[in-house]
Design a protein around this ligand. Structure first.
Ligand SMILES: CSC[C@@H](O)[C@@H](O)C(=O)COP(=O)(O)O
Ligand SMILES: [Zn+2]
Length: 212
């Protein structure tokens, strides 16, 4: 007889359904072109549910969601987890309160990442929408969103993220020429953060064309 799976399968089905519904909406907005992007939800203190690598994220079914442990190792599945699994699991391992990680490749995110890569961050200042980020209660004050160089070396990228997390509070970051990572305590909060990033990045890009 097979050993029982070391996670709650009912919770997995519930979270898979939540990922599928939410990601379909993000794909509909054009934020997941050409099989890009990846998504996950915390299952418990050792596992998360994450999208299988290379799938069309606008057409996810339950078969496209699998379980990995926080070392990124597949649990109970022969599928290959997202190529960027480590960028998800590092957040779950570090922050017990993080429950959801969303990674998208919208045009706005990608263009902003290219423009701001040389300075290594993009600053949001004076926007009411800064209050969309958990813990921010005012538009006063500045928020720096890091922009990391892109690399296919996930341990290297994860190490840069880890070092930045030691320096400042963060709910997301950009990767140059690539896209955005955003997270939150649950799906609703991670989506709110993702949408706030998208809106604020769009504002900064538009301002650059209006007052270059
Ligand atoms: C289709 S290119 C995009 C990928 O290289 C990657 O950046 C991405 O977001 C999706 O990778 P995946 O392995 O499907 O999770
Ligand atoms: Zn990506």
């Amino acid at each position: 007889m097979n050993a029982p799976l070391p996670y709650d399968q009912l919770r997995l089905r519930h979270l898979a359904g939540e990922i599928i519904t939410n990601v379909r909406e993000l794909a509909h907005a054009g934020w997941t072109p050409a099989t890009s992007s990846n998504f996950s939800r915390r299952l418990d203190d050792r596992h998360c549910a994450i999208t299988v690598s290379g799938r069309d994220k606008g057409k996810l079914t339950e078969a496209d969601i699998m379980v990995v442990d926080f070392d990124g190792k597949a649990v109970g599945s022969d599928n290959r987890p997202s190529a960027e699994t480590l960028l998800h699991t590092q957040l779950y391992a570090r922050f017990p309160e993080v429950g959801c990680v969303l990674h998208t490749h919208s045009r706005t995110q990608t263009v902003a990442s290219r423009l701001y890569a040389p300075q290594g961050h993009i600053r949001f200042e004076g926007y009411e929408l800064q209050k969309a980020f958990h813990g921010n209660t005012t538009h006063e004050g500045a928020m720096d969103v890091p922009v990391f160089p892109n690399t296919q070396d996930m341990p290297e990228l994860a190490a840069w993220v880890e070092a930045k997390l030691d320096e400042q509070p963060m709910w997301g970051y950009l990767i140059d020429g690539h896209g955005l990572y955003a997270w939150g305590r649950d799906m609703a909060e991670a989506r709110r953060h993702l949408e706030a990033f998208e809106f604020l990045l769009g504002c900064e890009l538009e301002l650059r064309t209006l007052k270059p």
